[in-house]
Design a protein around this ligand. Structure first.
Ligand code: AMP
Ligand code: MN
Ligand code: MN
Length: 325
């Protein structure tokens, strides 16, 4: 009989004492929530755990208890390596290039290429933190207050406050259980969804002033200069993409963010029925049907024109197919 990855993970976690947990670069709330949720639960079970990230920990996650234990380098050996919320090795930053043998890969990206020995990939899950929260107790681990806060934060951020189209009623039940275990929903909501820095909102001004549209495709561009003028410290879009998706007739929203290293980070969001991960894949990226990303080398203006053209063609093709079916 072939064992389910869930059972294999439980067995692997029980049998290992020294564990390495890594999540993806440019971490979002689910990356950090999954890393902390599983990492702290393993620590509380008496294991020796390294929670590692090849990036800075974004400010909005530093209030979480246990976040101070996240490190930027591997120290010493480990028996078991676990990758979380990460669809392929390259998104692990320098740890993806190291000759690490990944034993466990827990993720919800449909584009996950299954690079570990045990791959628990559930594309219908709203967050990797949902998969962890659902299975933690069956893996012999407990949901303490700190673990509950981390996991609810992962679910809350990947669903943008329970409002993405993949939301299911059992996610709300799971969230309620996490609140019962001590998670503070209003505080997590304020710190990771609602509150923005002055600089972030100032950068929105630049992005909003350059907004463009072709039919159902809406997009904007954020340059290094926009970032400097706003005094914004991050390399991300400051959640600009969420403002574009608020436009009622936007079927696909796209934000281009020029990076200090000369590359361009692209984010796509789509309404149900449109799969933007297919467009992102054409440019070496990936993600989910409703939310995808890519990072490309090239000149911002040319690149944005090419990508918008392909995105628009994808929208037309999807609309044509749905008319014919
Ligand atoms: P973002 O627009 O960066 O918020 O990403 C949207 C979704 O696409 C997230 O679920 C990411 O994990 C995924 N994603 C973003 N960038 C990449 C990339 N370069 N390669 C693969 N997946 C990505
Ligand atoms: Mn993520
Ligand atoms: Mn995720």
């Amino acid at each position: 009989m072939i064992s389910h990855p869930n059972d294999l993970i439980g067995e692997a976690l029980r049998n290992a004492e020294r564990l390495l947990l890594v999540t993806h670069i440019r971490p979002d709330g689910d990356a950090i929530g999954s890393l902390l949720g599983l990492g702290l639960a393993l620590m509380e079970a008496g294991k020796s755990v390294q929670m590692v990230l090849d990036d800075h920990l974004p400010l909005q996650f530093r209030h979480l208890s246990g976040s101070e234990k996240i490190q930027r380098a591997i120290q010493g050996d480990f028996e078991l390596a676990i990758a979380l919320d990460c669809s392929d090795r390259s998104r692990l930053g320098r740890f993806g290039q190291d000759a690490i043998e990944w034993t466990i890969n827990i993720d919800h990206h449909i584009t996950n290429d299954g690079y570990a020995k045990i791959n628990l990939i559930e594309p219908q899950a709203v967050a990797t933190a949902e998969i962890i929260a659902t299975n933690l107790e069956s893996w012999g681990l407990q949901i303490s207050e700190a673990v509950a806060n981390a996991l609810l934060m992962g679910i809350l951020t990947d669903t943008i406050g329970f409002r993405t189209y993949n939301m299911r009623s059992d996610v709300l039940r799971l969230a309620a259980n996490l609140m019962d275990a001590g998670a503070n929903l209003p505080e997590l909501y304020a710190r990771t969804i609602y509150q923005k820095s002055f600089e972030a909102v100032k950068m929105w001004g630049s992005g909003l002033s350059k907004i463009q549209r072709i039919d159902g495709v809406v997009w904007t561009i954020l340059t290094n200069q926009d970032r400097q003028q706003a005094g914004y410290a991050g390399k991300d879009d400051a959640d600009m993409i969420n403002l574009l998706t608020a436009i009622d007739d936007a079927k696909i929203s796209v934000v281009f963010v020029e990076q200090p290293n000369g590359k361009v980070k692209v984010s796509w969001r789509a309404v149900p029925g449109i799969d933007v991960s297919q467009v992102a894949s054409q440019f070496g990226g990936g993600g989910h049907p409703a939310a995808a990303g890519a990072e490309l080398a090239g000149e911002l203006q040319n690149l944005s024109e090419t990508i918008i053209e392909k995105t628009y063609l994808h929208l037309l093709k999807t609309q044509r197919n749905s008319e014919n079916s």
